[in-house]
Write a protein that binds this ligand. Structure first.
Ligand code: ARG
Length: 457
């Protein structure tokens, strides 16, 4: 029998039963549903709705149900729709009338919002831990590579020489901000909706403050209609997941590129690659490609929940049940993707020699050549123009900037002296750059040292 069967003459159509069941995916909320129900029952006892004995039976019954689910012995059925009805229905089966009192002053509308919030608090803590592990892996790798030089790119064209560690720390900063974003998201989640009932609260004197303390929420929802109808906390969570995936996807794309024969900057761990069924020589970066591919689905999850919400009339509508699959998918995907990226950062091989050759084989020091002239008093625009001409000549003659003789440089400007060659040497450039946060050996060292205390706190 359905919990709401009282006003119905006809039975639910079997197709409707299957169509409306969410148990297949919302069963993962069971632990939080039980935790919330126990707190709610304790509160009902405090306000005199439940006797001592009834409370004891309810708590015992709920705990047994938790164990049944964990042992895989719990009977699930579409007829009971969702996890809330499953647990309540089973409780009534087990303890009878006491179980029928549990839902006093409560609706599935405030219950589901509570369950998801409890679930998210736990889940975001594990995502955060994974992010921290990724940060640590990046930091350790950066420390190892702090003297390695690489070409930095804009428009995927060689731009300026940078320490490879500076590149790695750029991703470190992105993932560090992702952690900060999770913290802010958690603050929005951390509100107790229970007590809002179906829409309006209750004439029963519910002690919401007790439940809040008991379930460790920092605040009570201030408006029952808002509490049961909005899902901004969930949408923000999916947004935070999409942002992490976007960052991971860029990292994946870089590593895919850098591991090609053409770049050969890194080689990826076999463990994260797969072979070809036809081409014996192939080692494909599937782990990273899947991160990039799965990022699109998590971004899709965000679109799903936003679009689900945007036209809903106040307050609760069953559409809201559709928030869970994108949410769960986003969380699961992000968790695994972070760990794949962490493994990759830890286990890839860095081809320092190849990276440094690629720095040599470039016109990148043109920037420093122009800066050299600027420091000697030439307006930067003029220095830029002159250096551009020199680059063109070198390109035509098939030589590097540093191989053009001084006397030829002097044809372009009398300011050039012998020391210009040293000024353009990549390792000297990285030693000379002074800008706070810039790509220099010293700055990346400072950044790494500072982040060590962040990672270990
Ligand atoms: N399974 C439902 C959901 O996820 C629970 C709330 C159902 N409430 C209702 N009035 N039918 O949204």
């Amino acid at each position: 029998m359905k919990a709401w069967s009282g006003r119905f003459k006809q039975k639910t159509h079997p197709l409707m039963e299957r169509f409306s069941a969410s148990i297949d995916f919302d069963k993962r909320l069971y632990r939080y549903d039980i935790e919330g129900s126990i707190a709610h029952a304790e509160m009902l006892k405090r306000i005199g709705i439940l006797s001592d004995l009834e409370l004891k039976e309810i708590v015992k019954g709920l705990k047994e149900i938790g164990e049944e689910i964990e042992r895989g012995e719990f009977p699930f059925s579409d007829a009971r729709e969702d996890i809330h009805m499953h647990i309540e229905g089973r409780l009534i089966e087990k303890i009878g009338d006491g179980g029928r009192k549990l839902h006093t002053g409560r609706s599935r509308n405030d219950q589901v919002s509570l369950d998801v919030r409890l679930y998210l608090k736990a889940e975001l803590a594990t995502i955060d831990k994974r992010l921290l592990n990724l940060l640590k892996a990046l930091l350790i790798r950066a420390e190892k590579e702090k003297k390695t030089m690489m070409a930095g790119y804009t428009h995927l064209q060689k731009a300026q020489v940078v320490p490879f560690a500076h590149y790695l720390m750029a991703y470190y900063q992105m993932f560090k901000r992702d952690r900060e974003r999770l913290k802010k998201t958690l603050d929005i989640i951390d509100v107790l909706p229970l007590g809002s009932g179906a829409i309006a609260g209750s004439t029963i004197p519910l002690d919401r403050e007790y439940v809040r303390r008991r379930l460790n929420f920092s605040r009570l929802s201030e408006n029952s209609m808002d509490a049961i109808s909005d899902r901004d906390f969930l949408i923000e969570t999916v947004f935070s997941m999409a942002m992490i995936m976007m960052h991971l996807s860029r990292l994946a794309e870089d590593f895919i590129l850098y591991s090609t024969e053409e770049f050969s900057y890194i080689s990826l761990p076999d463990e994260l690659c797969t072979g070809s069924s036809l081409m014996p020589h192939k080692k494909n970066p599937d782990g990273l490609e899947l991160i990039r591919g799965k990022a699109s689905r998590v971004i899709g999850d965000l679109v799903s929940v936003l679009v689900m919400m945007k036209g809903l009339p106040m307050t609760y509508n069953r559409d809201l049940q559709e928030d869970k699959e994108p949410l769960f998918h986003a969380l699961d995907t992000v968790g695994d993707s972070i760990s794949i990226a962490e493994l990759c950062v830890k286990k890839m091989k860095v081809n320092r020699k190849r990276m440094e050759e690629s720095v040599e084989e470039s016109f990148m020091p043109a920037v420093e050549m122009a800066e050299y002239l600027t420091i000697k008093g030439m307006p930067f625009r003029e220095a830029h123009e002159i250096t551009g001409k020199i680059v063109r000549v070198c390109e035509e003659e098939g030589i590097r900037l540093r191989n053009l003789e001084l006397k030829r440089l002097k044809e372009y400007s009398g300011l050039f002296e012998e020391d210009v060659f040293e000024y353009m040497e990549p390792s000297k450039i990285l030693a000379r750059r002074r800008t706070y946060g810039g790509a220099s050996f010293e700055e990346v060292e400072r950044e790494i040292e500072r982040e060590k205390s962040y990672c270990n706190s």
